[in-house]
Design a protein around this ligand. Structure first.
Ligand SMILES: [Ca+2]
Ligand SMILES: [Ca+2]
Ligand SMILES: [Ca+2]
Ligand SMILES: [Ca+2]
Length: 424
């Protein structure tokens, strides 16, 4: 019995072996890999099975109906996004092993809007336009103020909101993914920056009212339509590590501005103890208005000016202090009259909101400028969410504090705007 059983097992083994041998040897022509996707969305691709054990994969686009796409290969997977519908032919290879992936990109059911579609979060730091842009009314809460910021920034007749002084922020999103097209800038966030007409400085670089807002980006990795657990990346603007490369740097040093850049800055603003004008001097209504402290051991007061009498502290905030965190840029406002009456706020070279006029190429931002928290460049296929926060802490005499204004955001590809990048 025992002997017979062993024999059966032996035969079964042989049969199994032959069977699996047959499978391996059979030359079954592989059907080409075909994938369907939607325009202005991120599509996750997987390499065909035969690449399973390879770690030297290369992903390429062989033919496409438009240049406006991004393919970010990451080993056996890749992320693909395209602005235009049509048929894209991709090549996957690992040395001599080659295969083709066909991607059919269809238009989304709803035509995507090139403009900001939603505001998710809003908290300005104290500033002279806070409680005015958007307008605070008795009873407003954090939620209703976020909704008001949304009302201001969404739609064809979008207006402007203030982020207040350093650290104040807004988080917004689009109804589609903005594709990171290689070699081109991909979006801009409108502001109200403009150039000075009568700057007395000879051969001055571009300046006037430039109030750079630092830009962060994220894509909706967990695909729930919200910027929740998705990682944020910093757009590495020209002055995010140092202002030494800015054309006005030596003038700012000469003007005794604080030209230091802090990468991990924190600033706390305290609720003002009074809103009543004390003894006005020139443009100053209350000199010791809002007490602030920072994580560099410094402290001081924000000034209230005579032009804006409402509270500069966000009235819907119940806490008696607000702390903001982020990068603090070098001060860029130079008193070119040396008499306190002609401040020129100079532009950083690129990479910010409200830093160059909306019509200027340098207000365009390339998603390829994004870096992760360790400072490494990231290869993003596109983005869904944008955060902007005021980047400069400075009081500019009668002009008041530097404060980023934010208008609507624009997807440059959907608007047909082609702006070449600046290689970093
Ligand atoms: Ca790009
Ligand atoms: Ca501005
Ligand atoms: Ca999400
Ligand atoms: Ca401003």
């Amino acid at each position: 019995m025992n002997k017979q059983f062993k024999r059966l097992v032996y035969l079964a083994c042989i049969l199994t072996t032959i069977n699996s041998c047959k499978k391996e040897d059979a030359v079954i022509p592989e059907a080409p890999t075909e994938v369907k996707g939607t325009a202005n969305a991120i599509l996750a691709l997987e390499a065909p099975k035969k690449f399973a054990n390879r770690n030297d994969l290369k992903w390429e686009v062989v033919s496409a109906p438009s240049e406006l796409y991004r393919l970010s290969g990451q080993g056996l997977t890749a992320l693909f996004s395209a602005v235009v519908k049509g048929n894209y032919k991709l090549k996957v290879s690992a040395a001599d092993l080659v295969d083709t992936v066909f991607v059919t990109v269809q238009q989304a059911d709803k035509t995507p809007s090139p403009y900001t579609a939603k505001v998710f979060d809003y908290l300005p730091a104290p500033g002279q336009f806070v409680n005015e842009m958007p307008k605070y009314e008795a009873g407003d809460t954090y939620e209703s103020m976020v909704a008001k910021a949304g009302k201001a920034l969404v739609g064809d007749d979008a207006g402007m909101i203030t982020l207040g002084g350093w650290g104040g922020y807004v988080v917004l999103g689009f109804d589609h993914t903005i594709v990171n097209v290689p070699g081109r800038r991909d979006f801009r966030i409108n502001g109200n920056a403009f150039g000075a007409n009568t700057n007395p400085r000879p051969n001055a670089p571009f300046g006037g009212s430039c109030e750079p807002g630092i830009v962060m980006v994220a894509y909706d990795k967990n695909k729930n339509g919200k910027p929740d657990e998705d990682e944020w990346y910093e757009i590495k603007g020209s002055g995010n590590f140092s202002a030494e490369g800015e054309l006005w740097y030596s003038a700012a040093v000469g003007g005794k501005l604080d030209t230091r850049t802090f990468r991990n800055y924190e600033m706390t603003y305290n609720r003002p103890v009074t809103e009543e004008e004390s003894a006005p001097e020139g443009s100053v209504s209350i000199r010791n208005y809002i007490l602030w402290t920072d994580n560099q051991g410094q402290q001081g007061y924000k000034i209230k000016n005579v032009y804006h009498s409402q509270s500069y502290y966000p009235s819907w905030v119940k806490d008696n202090k607000i702390t903001f965190k982020g990068i603090r840029l070098a001060q860029n406002g130079i008193d070119e009259s040396s008499a306190g009456n002609y401040y020129v706020l100079y532009a950083f070279r690129y990479g910010y909101a409200d830093n160059y006029p909306n019509t200027d190429d340098n207000s365009g931002i390339d998603i390829d400028w994004a870096i992760d928290k360790n400072g490494n460049k990231v290869n993003l296929p596109g983005i869904d969410f944008i955060k902007v926060y005021s980047g400069v802490d400075q009081e500019n005499g009668w002009l008041g504090e530097a404060s980023t204004e934010v208008g609507r955001g624009e997807d440059l590809h959907l608007l047909g705007t082609n702006i070449a990048t600046i290689e970093q």
